[in-house]
Design a protein around this ligand. Structure first.
Ligand SMILES: Nc1nc2c(c(=O)[nH]1)N[C@H]1C(S)=C(S)[C@@H](COP(=O)(O)O)O[C@H]1N2
Ligand SMILES: [Mo]
Length: 254
């Protein structure tokens, strides 16, 4: 882990504090105003329970027999408003580079070849969209943690922002996650789906899979990953396109 010691210690303290509270027993938890406040929203409950499990609880994984025959595409089906992305698609993404910058010691520009040369994690997971559909797909690509370790986060980094090539009208799609999800073993930059290079409609050439959260967090057409201290000051300030636009939860735990 390249997470600075101070941050790991801090996260540990937070988890231990919440743990003490929640492990006090369900009845007492329900009666305690502090606990009720903590559990008030589903967002906080998910965050608390996943963080209680050390932040590393795994989303369920499935087998090839479970793959959905028709995995729907949602949102943008290509980043057609973006001339850079169109040019890259036309040349098979040969000159495409993923940028990793912001609060890192060594900013990186990684080609698809470089990303494919890293150890790949393969996982068959269920995608849940808030619009009420789910699909099971197989994803493969390097763990985000591997890439972050290569760049080395600076101590002030607390969020990873995924800047996408597509937009809705003039407003670019973007998403963000915290460091616990960033270093979670199932958080990958997917380059392949169901054994094939990531199809255009599913976010070619690279998309985020952050498996314990809902569909809109799974940023497609990722062009740049930015390490930041805060989400304030970025677009609407809520950490994602739908969060800004429709007040969707930033932590979209399943
Ligand atoms: N860049 C980008 N990422 C995106 C979207 C989008 O429109 N643009 N839609 C989101 C939503 S709401 C869902 S459900 C999933 C859909 O992924 P899929 O097209 O692979 O099914 O991508 C998410 N990530
Ligand atoms: Mo979605």
């Amino acid at each position: 882990m390249t997470e600075p010691v101070s941050r790991r210690a801090l996260l540990g303290t937070v988890a231990a504090g919440a743990g003490g509270l929640l492990l006090a027993g369900c009845d007492r938890v329900n009666r305690s105003p502090a606990a009720r406040a903590l559990l008030q929203s589903a967002e906080q409950a998910h965050l608390a329970s996943q963080r209680l499990l050390g932040g590393q609880a795994l989303a369920p994984e499935f087998t090839r027999a479970d793959l959905s025959p028709d995995f729907r595409a949602n949102g943008n089906h290509q980043a057609n408003g973006n001339p850079d992305w169109v040019r890259h698609r036309e040349s098979g993404f040969a000159d495409w580079r993923l940028r990793l910058d912001g609060l890192v010691l060594r900013p990186l520009e990684l080609s698809l070849e470089a990303l494919r040369a890293l150890p790949q994690r393969r996982q068959i997971t269920r995608h849940d969209c808030v619009e009420g559909w789910s699909a099971i797909g197989e994803w493969a690509g390097p763990q985000l943690g591997t890439i972050l370790r290569a760049a080395t986060l600076l101590p002030a980094a607390r969020y990873l922002v995924f800047h996408c090539a597509d937009s809705f009208g003039p407003v670019p799609y973007y998403e963000s996650i915290d460091l616990i999800d960033a270093f979670h073993p199932q958080t990958i930059l997917a380059l392949a789906m169901n054994g094939q290079p990531l199809p255009v409609r599913h976010g070619a050439p690279a998309r985020l899979r952050v498996e314990r959260q809902l569909g809109y967090k799974q940023a497609k057409y990722v062009m740049r990953i930015e390490a930041r201290a805060t989400l304030a000051g970025l677009y609407g300030g809520k950490g994602g396109y739908w969060e800004d636009r429709k007040d969707y939860a930033w932590y979209a735990g399943i």
